[in-house]
Structure formats: C-alpha cells, structure tokens
Design a protein around this ligand. Structure first.
Ligand SMILES: [Fe+2]
Length: 259
C-alpha cells in the first residue's frame, strides 16, 4: 500500500471515527412511508430541512452571536442545497453509499464529470454538518483537558492559538473556512481553505488532517448581522464554540489507528 493511500485511509477512517460525519452527510433513503403516515416531526425547537438531520438547536439558539435569520437561511437553503446537489451527483454511482469522508479524502478517484460537484457540494455538506456540531448556545466554555494540553503543546498558549485562528479566518481571501485540525503528525494545527474545501481533501488542500473545529467565513454565514465586519463575527464566534464536542472529536481523531 502506498504511503499516500495509507494517509488517505487514515484521514477518512479517523474522520469517520471522530464522528465528523453526521448521519445527515450520508444519503438517507428511508423506506417510503405508508400513504397515511404523518410527516416526520423534528424534535421540539430543532428545525429540519428536507433530507437533512435536524439542526442541533433552534435557529435563534446562537443569538446574539449568530442571528436566527442567518441560521435559517444558512441551514435550510445553503446547507440543504449542498446536500441535495451532492446526492444528485453521486446517485447511481459507487460513490453513492461511500462515506463522505472517504470520497473527500480521495477526490481524484471520483469520475471527472462529478468531481467538481463532489468537491464543492460534498465539501459543503461535510463542512456545514461539522459547523453546526461544534457550536452551541452562548456560554462560558473552555477547551477540555485533552485539547487544552494539545493547544499548549502546539501553540504555547490559548491566546496564541486564538490569534493564529483569527489570522486564518481573516486572511482567507473571499469565501472559505478556518480550521483547527489534527495534522498528519497527530498535532493540532490551524489552517484555512477556500470555498468548500477542507483538510480531508488530499491532493487539494495545502495542509491535510482531521478537522475538529471549523469557522465558516463565507459572507452568507454572517453578512446579515455583521455586514463586512468579518473580524467582529470571528471574534464573537468564540462564545458559541462547543468545546466539549471539539474535545470528543479530538480524542477520537488522535486515537484512530494509523493504517
Ligand atoms: Fe456556510
């Protein structure tokens, strides 16, 4: 097995183990309900768009950091659009049932006629599913012990890490994402990607690894409330980071077996 293939397998398997891919990232084909069945009812307060898992919280749950209207449009239109376009592209191919992480980790294996859709819309599906999970209603939360120690080892201090993340978020020209990831050396690293790329994408992303925290810096994520003030959005966003979820993802990512 080649080194690159081993690393791609590691990325995909680690991301799967980390639970970076929620069920909503997979094509879900429930059996057709009987004609008399009532439509599914999402958990109270948790919006659900067609074909997607419910949002982990209500649209207004992240206010005042992220406003309800932005969340509604972001989840029910942007995220839903990525999901439907991705699923439509892979339908009927052997990539249809493949975990999304595995597809993204080896995009060059995807047929050329659907590769761009897999990259852009599959990436968008993965990225947004992670994004919702690593946020929670505003609260005073701090990194868990494993992540706190790893941040100290990688950056020297939490302040230095935050500054690096801020730099990545603000320095990403145009649309994209800032990431905290477990890199190939199993160390925490900050990086950014354009558009809907992410660190899983071997041969695409400049730096690869398992993302454990991501910030969407597309204007659709903040423009209604912050307009052009991306810095204000990025600074306020720390109040909604779901550090327990980041801890869980980190712990799983670094413990995944190297193949
Ligand atoms: Fe987005």
């Amino acid at each position: 097995m080649s080194e690159s293939l081993s690393r791609r397998d590691f990325l995909a398997r680690s991301a799967l183990a980390a639970g970076a891919l929620a069920a909503g990232c997979r094509r879900r084909e429930p059996p057709p309900p009987p004609a008399t069945a009532a439509p599914p009812v999402p958990p109270a307060g948790r919006p659900q768009a067609d074909g997607l898992d419910p949002l982990p919280y209500a649209y207004d749950a992240l206010e005042p950091v992220i406003d309800a209207r932005t969340m509604e449009i972001h989840y029910s239109r942007h995220h839903a659009g990525y999901a439907s376009n991705y699923h439509a592209a892979v339908e009927g191919t052997r990539w249809e049932e493949m975990p999304l992480e595995s597809v993204l980790a080896d995009l060059h294996a995807v047929p050329e006629d659907i590769r761009t859709v897999a990259r852009n819309h599959g990436g968008g599906l993965f990225n947004h599913t992670l994004f919702w999970a690593v946020m929670a209603p505003p609260a005073e939360r701090t990194p868990g012990p494993l992540v706190a120690r790893a941040i100290g080892e990688a950056f020297g201090s939490f302040d230095v890490f935050q500054a690096a993340f801020r730099h990545a978020a603000l320095g990403q020209f145009g649309s994209g994402w800032a990431w905290l990831m477990v890199n190939d050396e199993r160390e925490l690293e900050v990086t950014s990607t354009p558009n809907q790329d992410n660190p899983l994408m071997s041969g695409v992303a400049e730096r690869t690894g398992i993302p454990v925290l991501g910030l969407d810096v597309w204007e659709h994520a903040y423009y209604l409330h912050y307009q052009n003030r991306r810095a204000d959005y990025a600074d306020a966003w720390w109040r909604v980071v779901n550090w327990p979820e980041v801890e869980r993802r980190y712990a799983t990512a670094v413990q995944a077996p190297m193949v």
